[in-house]
Ligand binder design. Structure first.
Ligand SMILES: [Zn+2]
Length: 239
């Protein structure tokens, strides 16, 4: 089981950091994409994996920076020859979001389907499963369990625990300090945890007020806390 960080950025545009996304690759087993931030399809290709080869997409939450390239993943996977529906797992609201997203693009898609005569349109069928705390998902050679994390005012946000015979990897998603996530990560081989770095988000006149920085920091994990989380969870490795 291998974890690749495809993007570690945030809504701010950055030429060095793409939007949040990660790939869990089990070799002969499943390839699972977590979140779908800006640039995800290019980063996948750079890594040698086509979006069309993804078995499932898991969404930690529905913040825009985590889902903004979802349609790009769907359309480019179709163009790469995907011949099966997209499987997507996400919090409540995911079904409605995908329905509205596909409806928004329907006129363009119908025109393309009629004109381009590609061999299959199955890649444009979206199979959405809504998850909650403790949902267990089974994939070939891999099980994934959800843990609800703390990202209020976002109503539902999740971390994921990936386990198979090769080990245990935990991804926090966006959260402030979260005891349930620490408990879920106990003994993991690898913990990928989000972090808010104050130096990277200063108050700037006309862009961010002191209240903006305070409020954004309040639903993330501070850089002064993240090391303690790795220690409390007793993980082999954290990043
Ligand atoms: Zn978020």
């Amino acid at each position: 089981m291998e974890l690749t960080i495809l993007g570690s950025g945030c809504p701010s545009v950055d030429i060095d950091r793409y939007g949040p996304s990660a790939l869990i690759d089990c070799g002969e087993g499943s390839r699972i994409l977590i979140d779908c931030g800006s640039g995800v399809t290019q980063r996948l290709l750079e890594h040698g994996v086509k979006g069309s080869e993804i078995d499932a997409l898991l969404l930690t939450h529905l913040h825009s920076d985590h889902i903004v390239d979802l349609f790009q993943l769907i359309i480019s996977s179709w163009h790469q020859g995907r011949s099966k529906p997209q499987k997507i797992f996400g919090p409540i609201g995911s079904k409605k979001y995908l329905e509205q997203l596909m409806n928004l693009w329907r006129p363009e898609l119908e025109q393309r389907i009629a004109h381009e005569k590609r061999p299959s349109t199955k890649a444009l069928n979206i199979d959405v499963t809504e998850i909650d705390n403790g949902t267990l998902m089974k994939f070939k050679g891999l099980s994934v369990k959800t843990v609800e994390v703390l990202h209020q005012p976002v109503k539902k946000a999740f971390g994921f625990i990936f386990e198979n015979s090769q080990g245990k990897i935990v991804i926090s998603g966006d959260t402030k300090f979260c005891p349930a996530l620490i408990e879920a990560a106990k003994g993991a081989d690898l913990l990928l945890h989000e972090v808010f770095i104050h130096n990277e988000m200063p108050v700037i006149d006309g862009i961010r007020t002191p209240q903006t920085v305070k409020n954004v920091a309040s639903y993330h994990t501070l850089d002064s806390e993240v090391g303690q989380i790795a220690y409390l969870a007793n993980v082999e490795c954290s990043c």
